[in-house]
Ligand binder design. Sequence first.
Ligand SMILES: O=C[C@H](O)[C@H](O)[C@H](O)COP(=O)(O)O
Length: 262
Amino acid sequence: MTGELSPIDKAKFVAAKRAAEMVEDGMRVGLGTGSTAAWLVRCLGEMVSRDGLKITAVPTSSRTAALARDVGINVVSLDEAKWLDMTIDGADEFDADLNLIKGGGGAHLQEKIVATASDQMVVIADASKSVERLGAFPLPVEVLPFGWQSSQALIEETLVSMDVMGRTTTLRMNGDAPFVTDEGNYILDLHLKRIGNARQLALVLNQIPGVIENGLFIDICDTVVIGYGDGRVEVRDINEGTVEKDRLDFAETDNLFTDLTD
Ligand SMILES: O=C[C@H](O)[C@H](O)[C@H](O)COP(=O)(O)O
């Protein structure tokens, strides 16, 4: 029962459930990665099996693909789908302009490709992801394993030249070995504290040899659905501002997803 969920899980769940309502029959939908996106996949799976919703989905990671198949969603590659009506994904941070940091789960490369191949990107997040200025969450940068230390040195030089507050970078680990992305690359996490000019940093980082993609999503997200621990949901649109506030009818919900793990 959702009543047994922690407030943070309930917040993620209600955001995902509200976003799932935006999906219409026949849509081609990009499915994000992470604990919040996993709730969405479960919600959509329920709508497919219970209500006969017909969608074609493009997952943004092997984890999401496995979960989507598991819950009965029709999964295709992005090249098969070609273009998507909507992508729904989580985020590690979002600011007032709906710019994002993503990649906490190391999936931001596929996520950015899928989101930018979509008419609309909807982010689902609990309220703790809302920030005034991006950067408290370490910025993930996917790098080629070949010469990754040279790429790291160049990234650190770039941070100094841009006068960024924090300049520490760390190789993401998975136990004793480097964390490896779905594409076989490494992740460097940039501990910046506060990013002054996120737009410029996003462009500059991607110029560095060996850098595949950074986790800044600038001007990509259209809508954020924010969930709260008491079941409230808020919807913010990039053009119209807050379009829905304090909706509480998600407070008591179905007996769904008790065993969700990500
Ligand atoms: O690489 C992972 C993704 O960008 C996630 O969407 C992001 O880290 C948010 O994940 P979660 O919903 O688990 O906080």
